[in-house]
Design a protein around this ligand. Structure first.
Ligand code: GUN
Ligand code: ZN
Length: 435
């Protein structure tokens, strides 16, 4: 039997690399009347519609979109699914916010049915926002991760997640032990890592909630299996940083606590990194580690302004993270909108093409998945989004005034959100449709 071929005809855009390295003009590929051919879940051709159509069998299905832009699925490099129900909680900075809102919300995940219910709400929220891959925190309960992966598997999504490791400075109902966290993580790795499109992330919450013994065992897990991720928080808040210095007086700062326990590496992703010195940036770069830039969260918790130019200077891999529930939106469009403002507050600009790069290919590079996702290169997995330029009356009116793709992208990221996501596809299958 012939494989099913579908072609998508619309304006099509993807990133070729970091605009900071390549220059804006060499950093993207754009077809005003483009065609993307998808076969068995993979992209097999991309180009001008009029050129490509002559090479294709006459009987293939062509799905055409007008006033729409096809881009790769968004990649969220840091998010907490158990915090879905406590997004928008008032009034606190990091440490009190954790005590007052986060830990109570996470305790409910002792109930597997609750985990299953929230997983479904969470995954649907990702898809309606056009996010097809995310690096996801569970809770301390292993069943929380089973529930999430089960849901991701049903939609055939490329997802990364892990069980929180946390053995101190948290309520008893949310703590494990070094040994149980090691054993529970290992069982989850055996069950899920490399199954279909799923990957496991060893997930110590952050230095203050792990003993040195637990951090050592996290490092041991990373050595025992190929391709594991390491996912944690780093230098988000000034009081947090002081606390880490007191808890680990023998280490030379926050990053060094993780470094000492062998937690840096090419699949290590550190959320925030708002207050890093040059030496720490150098060390992140030397180990090919990545930072998740989470602007809505950093503003919401009053944590500070991420210094993207400093990260660029040291050539650190950076992706965008929503950090829901400290972050205030699942939308990567809204996330890059806030990133632009974080740059403005530092007297810097964030170019629209750089923003789209960070939300797609930059995230894929940070996760070492750019051979599979993050762009629309033939051979890639067909994870993509159809964005509607005319999603709201205001967007339609504003778009009518635009003169260039660059300008349309900027309006899209400034005014757009879930309403601008018309369709989301994973492995060539529709997983969300707005209308
Ligand atoms: N640091 C430790 N845990 C958390 C968390 O759940 N959210 C954020 N934003 N920072 C953290
Ligand atoms: Zn977080």
């Amino acid at each position: 039997t012939q494989p099913a071929i579908t072609a998508y005809r619309a304006a099509i855009l993807d990133s070729l690399g970091d605009p900071t390295d390549l220059g804006i003009d060499n950093s993207y590929r754009y077809f005003e009347d483009g065609l993307m051919v998808v076969e068995n879940g993979q992209i097999t051709a991309l180009g001008e519609a009029t050129d490509l159509l002559t090479t294709l069998p006459a009987d293939i299905t062509i799905q055409q979109y007008s006033d729409a832009l096809i881009i790769p699925g968004f990649i969220d490099t840091h998010i907490h699914y158990p915090q879905t129900g406590m997004i928008a909680s008032y009034g606190e900075q990091l440490l009190d916010w954790l005590e007052n809102y986060t830990f109570p919300a996470e305790q409910k995940f002792a109930d597997p049915q609750h985990a299953a219910d929230v997983s479904e709400i969470f995954v649907n929220e990702l898809l309606r926002n056009g996010t097809t891959t995310a690096l996801v925190f569970g809770t301390v309960h292993p069943a929380s991760v089973d529930a999430f992966f089960h849901c991701a598997e049903q939609h055939n999504l490329r997802m990364i997640a892990g069980k929180v490791m946390m053995d101190r400075n948290a309520p008893a109902a949310l703590t494990d032990t070094p040994d149980s966290s090691y054993q529970d993580s290992k069982a989850l790795i055996e069950r899920w890592h490399g199954k279909g499109r799923l990957h496991y992330a060893v997930t110590p919450r952050f230095a203050p909630t792990s003993s040195p013994e637990q951090l050592s065992l996290a490092g041991k897990l990373l050595q025992e299996y190929e391709g594991l991720y390491m996912h944690t928080h780093l230098s988000e808040n000034k009081n947090e940083i002081e606390w880490v210095k007191n808890l680990f007086p023998d280490q030379n700062g926050y990053l060094d606590v993780y470094d000492h326990h062998h937690l840096l590496g090419e699949r290590s992703v550190f959320a925030h990194g708002v207050h890093l010195c040059d030496e720490e940036c150098q060390r992140l770069a030397d180990t090919d580690s990545a930072i998740a830039f989470c602007p809505t969260s950093n503003l919401f918790l009053g944590s500070g302004l991420f210094n993207l130019p400093q990260a660029e200077k040291f050539k650190i891999n950076v992706g965008m993270g929503t950090d829901v529930g400290a972050g205030t939106s699942f939308s990567m469009l809204q996330t890059i909108n806030e990133a632009y403002k974080v740059m403005q507050l530092q007297g810097k600009k964030l170019h629209p093409f750089k923003s789209f790069y960070l939300a797609t290919l930059g995230g894929a590079k940070a996760l070492k998945l750019d051979d599979k996702i993050g762009n629309l290169e033939p051979g890639s997995e067909a994870d993509f989004v159809v964005l509607d330029y005319n999603a709201t009356p205001l967007m339609k009116y504003r778009m009518a005034q635009t003169q260039s793709l660059e300008e349309r992208l900027f309006v899209m990221m400034t005014l757009g959100d879930d309403r601008a996501v018309k369709e989301t596809y994973a492995m060539g299958k529709p997983v969300y449709s707005r209308d």
